[in-house]
Design a protein around this ligand. Structure first.
Ligand code: SF4
Ligand code: SF4
Length: 439
């Protein structure tokens, strides 16, 4: 089965290619190849051994009856490889096919890199394809809407400035029933911790802000959140290929932390947002590393629990399994710390999925694929079949996943494959089991 047999109708892709000519495509492709990719892309394209060792690494391939057109090397051949072979000159219809592959058939999870004997990064090839599509104006509608929202309002969900502070105040007031002197300190200069979130939290997951405030309050952390734009560290522009906008957003986020002179940023339980400031967006914005230290909440919770700043009155009943988020485990090496945190929190065994740690299978939602929205939903969930099989085989009922995207992807997966499992953030469990301060 080839890409022509599984094309999905998307208005953003369709209208985008309707404006293209072969001349425009060629000019744009070659401008990206000559101006942005350097030797890396050429080297990757030329050193592939066609050995097929990456093939079994990809959950798209595994979940689609080993259809070879989903193999990582095949995806490269159908996209960047075809562009290189044709000097950048292809038809608008071919660009549609390539866009569907790059945006919806690769989670940029980088699992395949670990299996390639010469270290080819297929995710880099797919993000380069997305970059070309962005410059051609060919992007899936839903993710592009989110990117537009972020560029217009500095948050991806069009949360107005007063709604943001109202929501924080609302959560503070709610939490005061339980913690009478709890504050969500806004714009506190010199705080030890700037707590960073993504826009879905004030929009529809406010309980995560409540829980984070409860944990930070209980641990007596000197913390703050910014009152002004810059607070949303999600980054769909990183995934659409709009790197200029990504750089602008990351600069805004870091500047909001610098303005408050905080000691470090603690990123909430989100993988892609963390990737956008420790790896991708920070470099594009010109920082080799980052101007303000950043840690993920897995590292932060590990500190709180191992240093006795959070004590438990009970443990969460196990056994449990866990989802290793690609961006914090494969990308940042936090697999051990994640397991240490879970061992502290859970009474019972951690039953590993067959593929785990840096070899985990992606939730099929990452890399912006879930953000491509309803047109691609069924295809996305179909690509999670291999993961669903591994989850079912654990025989447990709880999945711990410290990542928003993983939650979204696994929610759909648990439902579709009737796994009967519940999905928890670490914050859910810490909040449930921690000792409350005396009133
Ligand atoms: S989804 Fe992951 S494993 Fe598959 S091609 Fe993309 S980066 Fe490689
Ligand atoms: S494992 Fe590496 S060298 Fe082998 S086919 Fe895949 S990308 Fe090419």
């Amino acid at each position: 089965m080839g890409i022509q047999d599984r094309l999905i109708e998307d208005v953003g892709l369709r209208e985008g290619v309707s404006r293209l000519t072969e001349d425009k495509i060629q000019k744009t492709v070659n401008a990206v190849f000559q101006g942005e990719t350097g030797a890396r892309l050429k080297a990757y394209a030329e050193i592939c051994l066609r050995c097929g060792m990456c093939t079994e690494a990809c959950h798209f391939y595994l979940s689609h009856d080993k259809d070879p057109t989903y193999a990582p090397a095949a995806k490269v051949k159908q996209t960047i490889g075809t562009l290189l072979a044709n000097g950048g000159r292809v038809s608008p219809d071919q660009i549609y096919n390539m866009a569907q592959i790059a945006y919806s058939e690769c989670n940029l999870c980088r699992r395949c890199v670990h299996f390639c004997p010469v270290g080819i990064d297929t995710a880099y090839m797919m993000i380069t394809m997305r970059r070309i599509c962005h410059k051609l104006g060919v992007t899936p509608q839903y993710i592009q809407d989110t990117a537009h929202s972020h560029s217009a309002t500095f948050n991806q969900m069009w949360v107005k400035d007063d709604e943001w502070t109202d929501t924080l105040q609302w959560q503070e007031e709610e939490a005061r029933d339980e913690f009478p002197d709890l504050r969500i300190p806004l714009d506190k200069e010199g705080a030890d911790v700037y707590y960073s979130v993504i826009a879905p939290e004030p929009k529809f997951r406010t309980q995560l802000i409540y829980q984070a405030a409860a944990i930070l309050h209980t641990a007596k952390i000197d913390w703050t959140m910014p009152a002004e734009p810059g607070w949303d560290n999600s980054d769909m522009c990183m995934f659409t290929g709009d790197f200029e906008m990504m750089g602008r957003l990351k600069r805004k986020h870091f500047e909001s932390a610098q303005k408050l002179k905080v000691k470090r940023i603690v990123m909430g339980e989100c993988g892609h947002a963390f990737r956008s400031i420790y790896d991708v967006g920070n470099r594009w914005a010109g920082w080799k590393h980052y101007p303000v230290p950043v840690v993920h909440s897995v590292e932060f919770f590990w500190e709180l629990l191992t240093q006795g700043k959070i004590k438990l009155v009970s443990k969460y009943p196990g056994p449990v399994t866990l989802q290793d988020p690609c961006n914090i485990v494969r990308g940042r090496g936090l697999g051990d710390k994640l397991r240490e945190v879970i061992r502290i929190l859970v009474d019972g065994e951690i039953v590993e999925t067959a593929s785990n740690r840096e070899h985990n299978l992606c939730c099929s939602a990452g890399g912006g694929v879930i953000n491509c929205g309803p047109p691609f939903k069924n295809a996305r969930v179909a690509a999670c079949k291999a993961k669903a099989d591994q989850l079912r085989a654990t025989g447990v009922k709880t999945i711990i996943a410290p990542c928003h995207n993983c939650h979204g992807g696994l929610d759909d997966t648990v439902h579709k494959y009737e796994l009967g499992m519940e999905i928890k953030f670490l914050g859910d469990i810490i909040y449930q089991c921690m000792e409350r301060p005396e009133a």
